[in-house]
Design a protein around this ligand. Structure first.
Ligand code: APR
Length: 248
């Protein structure tokens, strides 16, 4: 394992931190065997996102979309949280004021023990009526393709409760992140495994930075604007985070 630059500095900041914010993306689940979206083997390399992850694509072919989400459910159900997920959960246990905002819909952070989690893109393990009425409900079934697309008892079409391209973010989730960042300065922020393509991800890295936080980016292919990053670790999350938490 190559020497990790600034490890002692980040350890020291973590040891005295009162408020920590973590942002994650698909890269944190890559070492669990779940493809990322834009990586070489990523989902969007193989499938046009507008076909599988947009309201228009769902309207055109709800069975195809449901088969894809069902395939992803089966894959995720067969995976385990990795060392990076476990380390994020451990950081939460050590810090009084903590929030994890993940773009991932796989639920692996929660399976690793994370509690204060905002799923800003929803969850693959929840469904809701496609017409937008009614509540979001948990559903962890892996279906036979013959059972898809999924319908409610009254025949209404159901959809995965995830955020598709062209859709707005869940207002309550968005407000939770903003409220956490607005109530007192963050001491330490980690941005882990995201290509940071969305402006709100950049914004949620910039706010702690402007509050004086140490912002650590962890990604073999760093993606954040350099001016927002205090320390860049161009490595795999599962290789680095456990080292950070090792007692000296
Ligand atoms: N550790 C850390 N980072 C990693 C690892 C790893 N082991 N493996 C890959 N990465 C990095 C890649 O370098 C890349 O920058 O993870 C990032 C994954 O980027 P994307 O595939 O674009 O995923 P993400 O940023 O989460 O995408 C955001 O876009 O497609 C939508 O809704 C979908 O939530 C998703 C959103």
């Amino acid at each position: 394992m190559t020497a990790i630059d600034h490890l002692d500095e980040v350890r020291a900041r973590l040891a005295r931190a009162r408020k920590v914010f973590i942002l994650t993306g698909a890269g944190v689940s890559a070492e669990s065997g779940i493809p990322t979206f834009r990586g070489p083997e990523g989902y969007w390399k193989k499938h046009p996102p507008e076909q599988l992850a947009s309201p228009e694509g769902f309207a055109r072919d709800p069975k195809l979309v449901w088969e894809w989400y069902n395939y992803r459910r089966r894959l995720i159900a067969g995976c385990e949280p990795n060392a990076a997920h476990r380390a994020v959960a451990e950081i939460e246990r050590r810090i009084a004021q903590f929030l994890l905002c993940t773009q991932n819909v796989d639920g692996l952070h929660q399976r690793a023990g994370s509690r204060n989690v905002v799923e800003i893109h929803g969850s693959i393990w929840r469904v809701r009526r496609a017409d937008g009425t009614g509540p979001s409900v948990e559903n962890r079934t892996i279906f036979e393709d013959t059972e898809l697309p999924l319908r409610a008892a009254d025949g209404a079409l159901l959809r995965p409760d995830v955020v598709w391209f062209g859709e707005t973010l869940p207002a309550e989730a968005f407000a939770r992140v903003d409220a956490f960042l607005a109530t007192g300065p963050v001491d330490l922020a980690f941005v882990i495994g995201t290509s940071a393509v969305f402006p709100y991800i950049i914004r949620w890295a910039a706010i702690p930075k402007h509050q004086g936080a140490m912002v650590v980016e962890l990604n073999p292919s760093p993606s954040l604007p350099a001016e927002l990053v205090t320390i860049c670790w161009p490595h795999k999350a599962g290789d680095i985070l456990p080292c950070l938490l090792e007692r000296e």
